[in-house]
Design a protein around this ligand. Structure first.
Ligand code: UT7
Length: 322
């Protein structure tokens, strides 16, 4: 059982915030952000919600696929920054696009969310419970940032990416995934505080904390190994791969992964959008996929690798035929 991508879409908030803009808000500089991460700017919400961005991306994906929303059996949204605890973002998207026949739910696998969603769709397809799915990765991370912490707030952006995928008998879909909850503290954002007459602790609102170096080391060790495993399972070698679409966290991580996989310094097969978007967690991979697709970089039958990693800790690497 394999997955076929019928269409992709993405949406970013209108407001672009450059590194120089951020230097007005926290003690940072364009030079520091650019040299440590490769990021030059990011789109930040001035009111756009996770649901709105998801709906915009989904409509574009549906339009490209040329299918009606009623034909979608399954909607999965990977997000760690939903607008509401409940209903799920996926249910809100379902209502907005009129996908009345879909089962809809969210998953929290952070930056691996889109990949985990694709694997869940593959399982539904294998069981015959669904034939066509809408998989979304969407974030308004600016909601969960500490805007006084220069170590995190400069890294992230907001946006959504979506793909319409269908079950197919031939083709390729191999995924390797994993989780390491014992290292979860390395990237964490606590829930809203409990405030009731029975709760004794003086709780306060909390935002994102990250041990950047721990996450960096985890990424450069785990991601190439997972990609290699997925490629072995798929019987695919570097020469067969058109593009590696990696989670967009840091250009230095992408360079390191590229070196370990291809032995060279060239990033030709590793397209990037982090320069303009920053790290959009679950949104990164599907937005990059849509970018590559709309730029005409992908043709039917091309073999692509996608990989996500992040909070949990979680990771996933997949090989598929476009
Ligand atoms: O999608 C989730 C996955 N997340 C990631 O993949 C993130 C992985 N980690 C990273 O990308 C890098 O670790 C960072 C970009 C987050 C940080 O880069 P680093 O080279 O590990 O820097 P550092 O944390 O060791 O900080 C070096 C210095 C510190 O100052 P001192 O202690 O050397 O005086 C920081 O206080 O840089 C300082 N610093 C900053 N300076 C200017 C930290 N953030 C900033 C900033 N502007 N924004």
């Amino acid at each position: 059982m394999a997955l076929k991508i019928l269409g992709t879409g993405s949406a970013l908030p209108e407001k672009i915030v450059t590194n120089d803009d951020l230097a007005q808000v926290v003690d940072t500089s364009d030079e520091w952000i650019r040299s440590r991460t490769g990021i030059e700017a990011r789109h930040l919400s001035t009111g756009e919600t996770t649901t709105e961005l998801s709906v915009r991306a989904s409509r574009l994906a549906l339009e490209m696929a040329g299918v009606d929303a009623e034909t979608i059996d399954l909607i999965i949204v990977g997000t760690v920054s939903p607008d509401t605890y409940f209903p799920s973002t996926a249910c809100c998207v379902q209502a907005a696009i009129g996908a009345v026949n879909a089962v809809a739910f969210d998953i929290n696998a952070a930056c691996s969310g889109f990949m985990f969603g694709m694997e869940i769709a593959a399982s539904y397809f294998s069981k015959g419970s669904a034939k066509r799915a809408l998989i979304i990765g969407a974030e308004v991370l600016s909601r969960v940032m500490d805007w006084t912490d220069r170590g995190t707030c400069v890294l992230f952006g907001d946006g959504a990416g979506a793909a319409i995928v269908e079950s197919r008998e031939d083709g390729l879909w191999e995924l390797v995934q994993g989780s390491d909850g014992a290292k979860g503290e390395a990237l964490i954002c606590k829930n809203r505080p409990i405030q009731n007459p029975y709760y004794k602790e003086a709780d306060k609102v909390d935002y994102t904390h990250m041990d950047g170096q721990a996450v960096f080391k985890f990424a450069v060790r785990t991601v190439p190994a997972a990609i290699k495993q997925a490629m072995e399972k798929a019987g695919v070698e570097d020469g067969d791969v058109k593009y590696y679409l990696l989670h967009q966290a840091n250009i230095r991580i992408i360079e390191s992964v590229a070196k370990r996989l291809t032995g060279g310094d060239s990033l030709e097969k590793f397209p990037t959008i982090l320069q303009k978007c920053g790290n959009i967690s679950a949104g990164s991979v599907p937005i990059l996929l849509d970018y590559a697709n709309r730029e005409g970089m992908l043709s039917e039958g091309d073999k692509i690798v996608m990989a996500g990693f992040g909070a949990g800790l979680t990771w996933a690497a997949a090989v598929m035929e476009f």
